[in-house]
Design a protein around this ligand. Structure first.
Ligand SMILES: [Zn+2]
Length: 380
C-alpha cells in the first residue's frame, strides 16, 4: 500500500523522530524508482503537489493538528521535512535527466539493448576485498627467494610428464621397486606406446632437473618449484596434489660439504638462525649417497619438552624430518650426456605444504586446498 503520513497522537521527541525517519525512508525508496520524466512527475506531485500530497499531509499533522504548545516545534520540523522533500525531488530530476542516460549508454555498450537489469543507483557500491597471497604460494616464494639469494635461478616444467622424465632418466629402471613408493597417477589409454613415452602426472619436480641438464651445461644451480600429484587419499596429512621445491647444483668439485652447508643455511633462513640440522642416511634412486634432513624442533627448541610435557610436534625427539637430498647419482649424468668423471653435484627436494604447516602452525593440510576464505584471509 502506498505510504501516507500517519496521524500523530502525541508530539514527543521520540514520536517525531520516528515519524521523520519513516517518512524519509519512503521518500528515498520512491525516489530510487524514478527513471524517466513520467515517473519523476508522478513522484513530484505525490510528494510536493498542492492537493493532498505528502507535504500537505505533513503540514496538516505538524502544524494544524498539533496542540498549541507543540506548534513551534512542529513548524520547525515541517520546514525541515519540506526542504528535504524539495531537495530529493530535485536530485531525482537531475538523476533521470543526466545520470541515468549516461549510465544507460555505458550499460548498453556492455549488454544487448534492454536486456540489462534495472539498476538502483542509490545503493551503496560493491567493495572488492583485497586479495592476499595463498599461504602455500607465499611459502614457496620464500623458499625460492632463499636460494635465489645464493645465486640459484628458477626452472619450471610440465605437470603431465612422460615415464622417461619422471622415472627412467632419474635412475628408476622399469619394474624397479622404488617406483611403487611414488603412488603414481597414470594417464589412461597409453598402453600402445613404449613405456618411456607413456604419460603420467609428475610425482615430483625432479623431471625438471633432467630437462634443465639436457638444455644447459654445468655449472648449474637451479631450483624447481611446482605442483606434483600422487594417488593419496586426502586426510589431515595427505593430499593428492601438493607442491615441491627441488634444487640442483652441478659443477666441478661439488662435495657433500657443499650440500650440508647450503641446506643448513637454507633452514636457518627459513626457520631462524638458532635452528640446527642433521643428516640421516636414506635412499633415493637418483642420488648416492642420499640423506634425510632433520631440523631441531622449532616448537620446543630441540629439547623434546614443552611446558613440562612431551612436545607433540617432534614426539619428544627434539627433531623434525623435513626434506630429502643427496649427491647426484653418476648414472643420472649418463642420461643427459654429462661426463660423470668431470662433474659432481647435489640435489634436494622439500614439500612446500610441510614447511607451511610448520611455519604457520596449521594442523590440517586440507585447509590449504578447500578454499575457505576465513582460513585464507588470516594470511593477508
Ligand atoms: Zn618439539
Amino acid at each position: 500500500m502506498a505510504y501516507t503520513a500517519p496521524k500523530l497522537t502525541d508530539y514527543s521527541e521520540s514520536t517525531l523522530n520516528e515519524f521523520t525517519a519513516d517518512l524519509l525512508k519512503h521518500l528515498e525508496a520512491e525516489a530510487a524508482k524514478v527513471d524517466d520524466e513520467a515517473t519523476w512527475k508522478a513522484f513530484r506531485d505525490r510528494w510536493m503537489g498542492r492537493n493532498n500530497s505528502i507535504r500537505v499531509q505533513v503540514k496538516e499533522i505538524l502544524l494544524k493538528a498539533a496542540p498549541p504548545a507543540e506548534k513551534p516545534r512542529g513548524g520547525a520540523l515541517y520546514n525541515d521535512i519540506e526542504s528535504r522533500i524539495k531537495d530529493r525531488v530535485g536530485r531525482a530530476e537531475h538523476s533521470y535527466k543526466n545520470v541515468r542516460p549516461a549510465l544507460n549508454e555505458a550499460l548498453s555498450s556492455v549488454f544487448p539493448a534492454v536486456t540489462f537489469p534495472r539498476l538502483d543507483i542509490t545503493l551503496p557500491g560493491i567493495r572488492r576485498p583485497l586479495g592476499a597471497e595463498h599461504p602455500v604460494i607465499k611459502t614457496m616464494n620464500e623458499i625460492v627467494s632463499v636460494f635465489r639469494n645464493l645465486g640459484y635461478s628458477v626452472e619450471e616444467g610440465p605437470e603431465i610428464e612422460t615415464d622417461y622424465y619422471n622415472f627412467e632418466a632419474l635412475n628408476f629402471p622399469p619394474n624397479h621397486p622404488a617406483r611403487d613408493t611414488q603412488d603414481t597417477l597414470f594417464i589412461a589409454n597409453q598402453e600402445s606406446k613404449p613405456l618411456r613415452d607413456r604419460l603420467l602426472l609428475r610425482t615430483h619436480t625432479s623431471p625438471v632437473q633432467i630437462r634443465t641438464m639436457e638444455k644447459m651445461r654445468p655449472p648449474i644451480r637451479v631450483v624447481c618449484p611446482g605442483k606434483v600429484h600422487r594417488n593419496d587419499a586426502p586426510d589431515a596429512t595427505h593430499s593428492p596434489i601438493f607442491h615441491q621445491v627441488e634444487g640442483l647444483a652441478v659443477d666441478t668439485n661439488i662435495t657433500f660439504c657443499d650440500l650440508k652447508g647450503t641446506l643448513d643455511h637454507a633452514m636457518k633462513a627459513l626457520f631462524g638462525s638458532s635452528v640446527k640440522t642433521r643428516f640421516y642416511p636414506s635412499y633415493f634412486p637418483f642420488t648416492e649417497p642420499s640423506a634425510d634432513v632433520q631440523i631441531s624442533c622449532i616448537f620446543c627448541g630441540g629439547t623434546g619438552y614443552r611446558d613440562g610435557s612431551r612436545c607433540p610436534n617432534c614426539k619428544a625427539s627434539g627433531w623434525i624430518e623435513l626434506l630429502g637430498c643427496g649427491m647426484v647419482d653418476p648414472n643420472v649424468y649418463g642420461f643427459v650426456d654429462y661426463d660423470a668423471r668431470k662433474v659432481s653435484g647435489f640435489a634436494f627436494g622439500m614439500g612446500v605444504e610441510r614447511i607451511a604447516i610448520l611455519k604457520y602452525g596449521v594442523d590440517d593440510i586440507q585447509l590449504f586446498f578447500n578454499g575457505d576464505v576465513r582460513f585464507l584471509e588470516q594470511f593477508g
